[in-house]
Design a protein around this ligand. Sequence first.
Ligand code: ADP
Length: 516
Amino acid sequence: MAKGQAAPDEVIERLEQQKELYVRTLRNTTVELETKIQELGVLRQMGHLFARSTRLADVCAHALPMLLQSSGAEQASLMLLGKGTGELALVAAAGSADGRVRFYGVEGYAERMFRVGEGLAGACVEDGEALLAEDAALHPRFAPRPTRTKLGSVAVLPLAVLDEPLGVVNLSHSAPRSLDGRRLPVWSILASYLAIAVSHSLLFQELRQANRRLEERVRGRTRSLEAANEELQGTRAQLARHAELLSERVQERTRELEQAVEELTVQRAQLEVANRAKDEFLNNINHELKTPLNAIIGYAGLLLKHAGPSLAPEHRDDLELVEANGKHLQLLLENIFSLKDVEAGAVELDRAAVDLNDLLRAAVASVRPRAREKGLELTFEPLDVPPVVVDATLVRRVLFNLLDNAVKFSDRGRIAVRSRVSPLNLDDPAETPGGSAQACAVVEVEDQGRGIRPEDRDRIFLKFHQVESATRKSEGGSGLGLTIAKNLVELHGGRIWVTSQPGVGSTFRFGLPLGS
Ligand code: ADP
């Protein structure tokens, strides 16, 4: 054996040692390769799952068991930063013992909160870097919390998207130094996958909530629209019912009206017949009364004229009374039979210049016997009045009516008749005449009879209006005298009015425009 040559046993031993080293290194490399392959598999699986999961609960349900499996940790949990609160809340946790994943909702578990900077999780968010505490209790940032989980070693991985912190993932083991720090970069990659999945699911959740709110609003709008529609239908139905009812009523009313019209037509026909019969009857009566009345007045007048001076005064008075009463009756008949024409304005004026005082004198003379019989004084005071252009017959009728009333409604005292020329406000003759006054011949018949109450003063000029009184019956009359007098005066463009005081007397005046 040459010098410096190793003995064969030594060589063999060295070779054996080298072989053992190779085998060990190979085994280690194989284990490492298997781990890497397994990690790559986890990463691929995670990528697939996250791409399909849109709910945070599903993301947690997949991610936490994978993290447990690939890290060898006993506990894995996800904490999220509350919006605007600056606090980390526990959202989901999983344990390797039972393999269950507990999900506490997006808001998190209220009793497990960490402020940013507080504890290991808070420190991780604050620094934005993964953190490994081989023995948690000895770590300077450790903040003890009452918890059932025994903390030996802890790894905290930050979750962030586009540099915005989202939260953290906690991996823990009850025994110190049980997490392999060399694998921290791989877990961090898993955490960055998880961050994207969490951010997606949060966005989806916001979208879902917005969608739900929108749907709720749409449902609310639909409900109120439906309610409005229902109300509208109700109102429409009500309206239809009202319309139906109305139409029924209208039909009913129309039927009633048609019936009434029919009845009225019949009644009108009957009335026309009756009216014709009445006119005929009145004409007959008029004729029957007029002729003997004219004869009585005529004979009485004749007798008075020819035999008057030779008659005893009492007989002459009687005869005058017969004549006066005859004229009174004649006036009554004229009033009755001329009313229709006077009211219709169908009376034609036969105007001529007359001396008003002559008319007054004659009228006064014709009522004198009746005044004398009642013990009334009758005076006439004519003033200078120029001739008036009037229908003498009609003005005489006005005078007779006023004098007849004065005698009729007086039981004592004096009846004074006067005439004069005076300016008159034709719009309101009782007023003191103003600028629009017109020169008129004014006649005044004043009595000291029973008078007229203020409330009756306008009504007495209405057709058939007679003021009720205890003596009414004995006074007689038709209630037409003043109506006729008013119409006739107005036909001449004049006005008639009265002033009176109950129990003292009345003064009737009428004015006829001069120069017409
Ligand atoms: P008549 O005299 O026929 O009743 P008039 O139309 O002439 O009808 O008069 C209507 C009413 O006016 C009379 O019923 C009476 O009440 C009242 N009247 C008329 N003139 C006088 C008068 N001079 N004094 C009191 N009342 C009068």
